[in-house]
Design a protein around this ligand. Sequence first.
Ligand code: ATP
Length: 304
Amino acid sequence: MSPGNDLAIQTQSLRKAYGAVEAVRGVDLAIGHGEVYALLGPNGAGKTTTVEILEGHRERDGGEVSVLGHDPARREPALLRRIGIVLQTPGVEPYLNVAEAIEQYRGFYPHPRPLDEIIEIVGLTEQRGQRIRKLSGGQQRRLDVAIALAGDPELLFLDEPTTGFDPAARRQAWDMVRNLRSSGATVLLTTHYMDEAEHLADRVGVIVDGAMVAEGTPEDLMASSPAAVVSFRLPPDHSHLLDGVEGARASGDGRYEVRTESPTALLHDLTGRALEAGSELAELRVERATLEDVYLDLTSEASS
Ligand code: ATP
């Protein structure tokens, strides 16, 4: 691979095995500068292994890797200065306050990002003078990101950035990633939340059993799926109308949902049944599949 190429991250035929377990089996990645890329996949798919190889924390067995034009396996300081890695428990002194802790890490870098900018990006403005041991779990995770931003990295790795967050903290973390993106940084994140990927990522890659099974913008992936969800409401004593309809399930409150890859045929069948029974499919809706539906299809196909 040519060094100094236009991509922030490039891998070709990346491989890694742990004994007999082939965790990564030939993954190709091409992530542009300024892109937010989400790596998706079930537990054990190989996401963390891939990310750790890119971070230089794990050795690969095969394939080529370029991160900002460097091979991360060499752990060159010239690369490490330009990337940000969020560690779960950095060794921050708990008696420091938020600003002091970030300052301490800024001191390690030749061109640190301005303190106020970091605090604003991670949304800790109100807590800037607060002692670290008094931060909530979510605030602590944001401080972890702040520390990763201290050296003003061009590329940030975020491994499951919102796991364990309450809904408000998740939204704040999403704002944080958007802020990072608008400041020009490249972000590689892993997540199990499809709505997170849909909202944040320019592109997503789905890994199953160590291999990439789909890649594209969330829009592209959703558009590539024929899946649709037909939903409607039935009167309480009319559920027999759906006897034998594959994939039909009650979603509560008298509503039913049917997932299908052939919405036209399904609607024909359902409306025929309703007319014959003199019944109404109230609030009938046909919606396209969400990223989660597409993801579930991809991951169940690939592992079956
Ligand atoms: P999760 O979503 O659960 O975090 P993941 O996609 O990040 O999963 P990895 O952690 O990369 O998956 O694991 C890929 C495979 O490699 C799994 O089968 C896992 O058990 C195995 N594995 C990971 N780390 C090691 C290790 N240090 N030693 C042996 N096997 C490992």
